[in-house]
Design a protein around this ligand. Structure first.
Ligand code: SAH
Ligand code: SF4
Length: 360
């Protein structure tokens, strides 16, 4: 079967070329064609020998996931639903702003971590995306949107905040990250690529050692009792361990702070007492906060905190010296906002079934 070259980071592509008896600089040339030019046709790779082009046409291909549907929001946000086979779909969201274009990328079909307020989690886990399916989202979206007036690709920032937990699909995620950063591919700065994690502590340490990029941590609660309920992975890696992992990460991170994401749930985690508890929790961790207005999903009982409650919460954090922003909800009208990315993923874990069986 033809090898999909989007599955290889630079090192892996060089190794694959070596297996074919080709020199490393050939791999670099091909990488540049694929990512700098957005090329998928080997015949167009004009600086490769004709014999190599013919060989690649037989042994390799360059294929991103198939787009099933595109939606455009009134605010310019674009969402693509991508077919990743066997009844699975994932979503990619492009968020244009005046000074940058951000792509929100998915890393898994579904998610096994089952956070209480997240529609991806409510679907259960289906499977990990391949490197080609992860980097293919960026490759395809850049080509689809087209170059900006300065000739650069429109996507300047990438956040791994779509469907799935990136650190639970570690190897493929890291290969995709390396392509985002590689000078022969997209050449993005480490500061412009953000991994968001619910807090898988050992994988945070590996990311720090293998491919440090900007880090966002989905905190959502100021104490273990509440976080155990909202973000169940907390039962395995409680807050004390998570805070220590953040500090270790910062030793090698491209930014000198961690971004804590905090979804605002009315009457659940949004009181001023919660804010004060948070301040004590993160006292030793250089951080910023991003407060996310909850986007309601049908499978969860929560309500969005009022704008007033969110502002008061922010003010308390700010008075304690913590830079705090309130996330604008974007793409609401096309269900592209945080946590609303549902796709059409089958529940391979049959969680719904199991829960019914145990009567919860
Ligand atoms: N699995 C990773 C990244 C994907 S989720 C993580 O959890 O960090 C991206 C962000 O959206 C996370 O902070 C997540 O907690 C948040 N989120 C999930 N469901 C949401 C909802 N219904 N409303 C608002 N934010 C939500
Ligand atoms: Fe998974 Fe993140 Fe959703 Fe939690 S918030 S279920 S970790 S995708």
């Amino acid at each position: 079967m033809a090898e999909n070259l989007l599955n290889f980071d630079a090192e892996q592509l060089t190794a694959w070329f070596a297996q074919q008896g080709e020199k490393p600089f050939r791999a670099r040339q091909v990488l540049r064609w694929i990512y700098k030019n957005g090329e998928s046709d080997f015949d167009a790779m004009s600086d490769l020998a004709q014999s190599l082009r013919s060989k690649l046409k037989e042994t390799a291909c360059i294929v991103a996931p198939k787009v099933m549907r595109e939606e455009l929001s009134e605010d310019g946000t674009r969402k693509w639903l991508l077919d990743v086979g066997t009844g699975n779909a994932v979503e990619t969201v492009f968020i244009p702003e005046t000074d940058r274009g951000t792509l929100c990328v998915s890393t898994q079909a579904g998610c096994a971590l089952d956070c209480a307020f997240c529609s991806t989690g409510k679907q259960g886990f289906s499977r990990n995306l391949s490197t080609a399916e992860i980097i293919g989202q960026l490759w395809w979206a850049n080509r689809e949107i087209g170059r900006a007036s300065d000739g650069n690709w429109p996507i300047t920032n990438v956040v791994l905040m779509g469907m799935g937990e990136p650190l639970a699909n570690f190897d493929n995620t890291v290969s995709a990250l390396r392509l985002m950063l590689d000078d022969n591919a997209y050449g993005l700065s480490r500061r412009r690529v953000t991994v968001s994690t619910s807090g898988i502590v050992p994988a945070m340490d590996r990311l720090r050692d293998e491919c440090p990029v900007a880090l966002a941590v989905s905190l959502h609660a100021p104490n273990d009792a509440l976080r155990d309920v909202l973000v169940p992975i907390n039962r395995k890696y409680p807050l004390r361990e998570l805070m220590a992992a953040c500090l270790r990460y910062l030793e090698r991170a491209p930014r000198d702070f961690v971004t804590f994401e905090y979804v605002m749930l009315e009457g659940v985690n949004d009181s001023l007492q919660h804010a004060r508890e948070l301040i004590a929790l993160v006292r030793d961790v250089p951080c910023k906060f991003n407060l996310i207005p909850y986007n309601p999903i049908p499978q969860a009982p929560y309500r969005r905190s009022s704008a007033e409650a969110v502002r008061r919460f922010r003010d308390v954090l700010m008075e304690a010296g913590i830079v705090t922003t309130i996330r604008k909800t974007r793409g609401d009208d096309i269900a592209a906002a945080c946590g609303q990315l549902a796709g059409q993923v089958q529940d391979k874990t049959r969680r719904t079934h199991r829960l019914m069986e145990v009567g919860t």
